[in-house]
Design a protein around this ligand. Sequence first.
Ligand code: UDP
Length: 315
Amino acid sequence: MASQTILVTGAAGFLGSHLCDALLAEGNDVLGVDNLCTGNLANLAHLAGEARFRFEEQDICQPFDLGRVDFVFNFASPASPVDYMRLGIETLLVGSAGTLNTLEIAKKYGAGYLQASTSECYGDPEVHPQVETYWGNVNPIGPRSVYDEAKRFSEAAVAAYHRYHGVNTHMVRIFNTYGPRLQANDGRVISNLMMQALRGEALTIYGDGSQTRSFCYCSDLIDGIVRLAKSEEHLPTNIGNPVEWTILECAKEVQALIGSQSEIVFQPLPQDDPKQRKPDITKARTLLGWEPKVPLREGLAKSLDYFKACVAKEA
Ligand code: UDP
């Protein structure tokens, strides 16, 4: 994908900003847009002097056209449960109108397209680990539905633009990802635990901590996504780290890294919180020659300076 002009929506977000960095490093021109409802310009501050990067504040729910592009990465959406439940209608809109608007851009310019989809398409999964052919177990009206169903609609829209208009589309189902630039206060488990441990506060575990997640370090995830964008694969592809942790084990990893003596407090489990989540990455392994390289303890260590800086800013 060398020397293309690439549109990244959600560019000021955690993953969007890392994606911009990776695309610029490959020699592309990158146009980043974001309406900053959960994105943060601080994530792009280091690109201020970069001539091949341009940022526009833009709500993709409105039709827009910022000129010819060769590829569209659609990463715009509130993404943490706390954010998407607070911004429920906005989340539904960006996953429907926003996705359609960006697909129109790809159609108009004959550009490639990659949709940031999610393991939430599998809901509270009854198939474990989750393989791409599993259709999922989603509550269509529960508190998580504003995100899950918006992302499922996005997948339907992307599949339709491929089927009806021949757009060269790709869909990545992203599993839990962490690293520097994860919003410190977005309520996710890694950010909460790291911030709590660094502040010397109690670590909050929802439920009994036996529910599982599989955590991928951001550089591994971006590597998989860039490979998928260059592939011929149009069907959804899981990208995530298949090493599965209970949330309690995850808290103990954070405690061990930081040398934290903080106690663990148990709080109520939110409604429809998935009991287990682990990607089957056979497809990404065989199709893209990809697999994650960074184990959880190492990724947490790589994220430590960032979270320390976030705590320092609070002081
Ligand atoms: N969780 C927790 N303590 C926290 C934040 C989250 O125990 O302070 C749990 C949450 O209930 C879920 C898991 O950690 O079971 C992952 O939550 P997160 O919000 O990071 O993302 P999800 O995978 O649910 O979308």
